[in-house]
Design a protein around this ligand. Structure first.
Ligand code: CMP
Length: 140
């Protein structure tokens, strides 16, 4: 089915100047970018976005990293977009990510792991709404 998913290029990958390389991978996989914005998140925004992880031991490190520089946020649309994006990203821990995946090629550590992608349709809907609201997308 045609799905939408929320993708974030994290501060480490923005700093490496590889936004275009990552966009090329999305487009080559048949995903369309139907919304995009660059934002330097506040601590409050990052804590709110990652609220499901609030009780995890890595929460503070995750939030601190996500506010360390600007991120590039995009909504991707396409057939099986959620799984396709997760395949492109590779394993959460870059040490386990295969070469040829975004994390395998660009990520350094489990926090500085280059990209985020929604993991399921319900979280995708919540995450897309968080950044783009009801009228922030340009589907076509
Ligand atoms: P992300 O997909 O953005 O979702 C939560 C993030 O927490 C994850 O990518 C990692 O960057 C980070 N993280 C740090 N430690 C862990 C861990 N042990 N398990 C899962 N995610 C972790």
């Amino acid at each position: 089915a045609v799905e939408r998913t929320l993708s974030i290029i994290k501060p480490d990958a923005v700093a490496k100047n590889v936004i275009g390389d990552i966009y090329r991978r999305f487009e080559n996989a048949g995903l369309r970018i139907i919304g995009a914005r660059m934002v330097h998140l506040s601590r409050e925004q990052a804590e709110s976005f990652y609220a499901v992880h609030a009780e995890r031991p890595f929460f503070d490190a995750l939030v601190s990293f996500m506010i360390s520089g600007p991120v590039m946020v995009q909504c991707l649309e396409g057939e099986d977009a959620i799984a396709k994006n997760r395949d492109l990203m590779g394993a959460t821990n870059p040490k386990e990510a295969e070469a040829g995946t975004i994390r395998g090629d660009f990520a350094e550590s489990i926090d500085a792991n280059a990209v985020h992608g929604s993991d399921a349709p319900d979280t995708a809907a919540t995450e897309i709404d968080f950044f783009f609201g009801q009228d922030g997308l340009c589907p076509r």
